[in-house]
Write a protein that binds this ligand. Structure first.
Ligand SMILES: *Cc1c(COP(=O)(O)O)cnc(C)c1O
Length: 449
């Protein structure tokens, strides 16, 4: 049995896979903020043309430019592992595999799309990128990519994270980015929030408003989003394509694929290439795993909503908890977003992918067991996929089923040790986001149609 299944650089995929080509129904259209139809041109104020084309493309395969592949080769292909030490401790007949996206310089899957986005912006003659970051993973990834393609990067970092994760800020600055705690007084959106809530801890939705406002107001500046949008999920499909090849080499195929789900990018990234097989009748369960404190798919509604708090973005039809949802300060910062990818949402609504929500303590318990058996300390976000995989592996131990399970280790937790610290000291709590608060937020959904 192999512990690590490694691809050669020459085996790195040459094309991204576009799930739209295999979806039973075309994606629901994007609408302008006032609910009217939007043309892709309306997006040119903040995105380069190549990205807009990808956002609305129905082509099954989209070539990865050689300039992008060259940068991705700094850490790709990433290893696929057989987690047999974890299997032994769980006494499960299930086989557990995981794809290790923690080996990128920024420590997660996010550079896969950051590199592509920086490249297309450079090609278009753009000089600066503005973006938001929650836990800091996306800001780091775009700072890195901007540096490699000689673009300036400005990051609006959610204030609580800015205060709690000083080393994420230093990483971004090391890669040459400017970082500001959001809400700032530099944008109208930020000032509007500060007038109402001078001590606002910030949120991803607010930081997006600030970054979009800046990009829309300057011709030399574009916006880059780290998740949710179709082109982001497209760029992440390199994960699942590699994993398929790696499993094929050891003669295996997953019964179930698990990934943590914030905006849906690493889930789409690992799951969509398997969806291509599912669309032709092959049995494979694709499971998005979210926190009970931010249960977008499992407790939200499928409706048109804004991507940001101030209502500056176009409207997409997605599972949402409402754009003014204020998530509690849980530690899986990358999963604290009110909405979800439109593609993941539609497939979930059609029953073609599934979702579960797991409480915080169970995710840390799983993460610590993983660290003790496999060695790698996972990001709190990734702990969600590990916990779901462990649940299934334990179920297999009871039933005797020898299922093949695959999960995405979306990142390492080296900058999240204060969260592990609190878990180990017994200071962390479970938090189910109250139904009442969800109802309140959903009452503010834009009226469409
Ligand atoms: C951002 C992030 C996530 C969640 O974002 P998705 O777009 O849902 O993938 C998960 N894991 C890690 C390590 C992250 O940085």
């Amino acid at each position: 049995m192999k512990t690590k299944i490694l691809l050669k650089e020459a085996d790195m995929p040459t094309h991204w896979y576009n799930v739209v080509a295999d979806m039973p129904n075309p994606p629901a259209p994007i609408l302008a903020p006032d609910g009217s139809p939007i043309s892709p041109d309306a997006l040119t104020a903040i995105f380069p043309e190549a990205i807009i084309e990808q956002e609305v493309s129905a082509e099954r395969w989209i070539p990865i430019p050689e300039e992008v592949r060259e940068v991705l080769r700094l850490w790709r292909p990433t290893p696929l592992y057989r987690a047999d030490r974890l299997e032994k401790v769980l006494k499960t007949p299930a086989k557990i595999y995981f794809k290790n996206e923690a080996v990128s310089p920024a420590g997660s899957h996010k550079p896969n799309t950051a590199v592509a986005q920086a490249y297309y912006n450079k090609l278009q003659g753009i000089k600066r990128l503005a973006t938001e970051t929650g836990a800091g993973q996306w800001g780091c990834s775009l700072a890195l990519a901007g540096q490699l393609f000689d673009l300036e990067v400005r990051v609006y970092m959610v204030r609580v994270s800015y205060d709690q994760k000083p080393y994420r800020r230093s990483m971004m600055q090391t890669w040459g980015a400017e970082v500001f705690p959001s809400p700032t007084d530099m944008t109208r959106s930020g000032r509007h929030i500060l007038e109402q809530h001078p001590d606002s801890p910030g949120s991803l939705g607010i930081a997006i408003s600030e970054a979009v406002e800046e990009a829309a107001g300057r011709t030399d500046t574009n916006y880059a989003l780290g998740s949710v949008l179709n082109h982001v999920l497209l760029h992440q499909t390199i994960i699942g394509e590699e994993a398929k090849k790696q499993l094929e080499w050891v003669g295996d195929y997953p019964d179930m694929v698990f990934a943590p789900c914030g905006g849906g990018s690493n889930f789409g990234g690992i799951a969509f290439p398997f969806f291509a097989d599912k669309a032709t009748g092959r049995r494979v369960d694709l499971v998005a795993v979210e926190p009970t404190s931010c249960p977008t798919l499992t407790k939200g509604v499928y409706a048109y909503d804004f991507g940001d708090t101030e209502g500056l973005t176009p409207l997409t039809k997605m599972y949402t908890l409402g754009h003014d949802f204020m998530p509690p300060g849980i530690h899986a910062g990358g999963l604290r977003y009110h909405g979800d990818s439109a593609l993941v949402s539609q497939l979930y609504d059609e029953g073609l992918v599934s979702a579960i929500a797991i409480p915080q303590l169970e995710t840390f318990e799983a993460g610590v067991l993983f660290a003790k058996t496999q060695g790698i300390i996972p990001a709190p976000e990734s702990c969600h996929a590990i916990a779901a995989t462990i649940r299934e592996a334990r179920r297999c131990a009871e039933t005797g089923e020898a299922k093949t399970l695959l999960f995405n280790l979306s990142g390492h937790g080296h900058f999240d040790m204060s969260a592990f610290d609190r878990y180990l000291k017994g200071e962390l709590e479970d938090f189910d986001y109250p139904q009442e608060a969800i109802h309140q937020s959903l009452a503010h959904l834009p009226k469409v149609g």
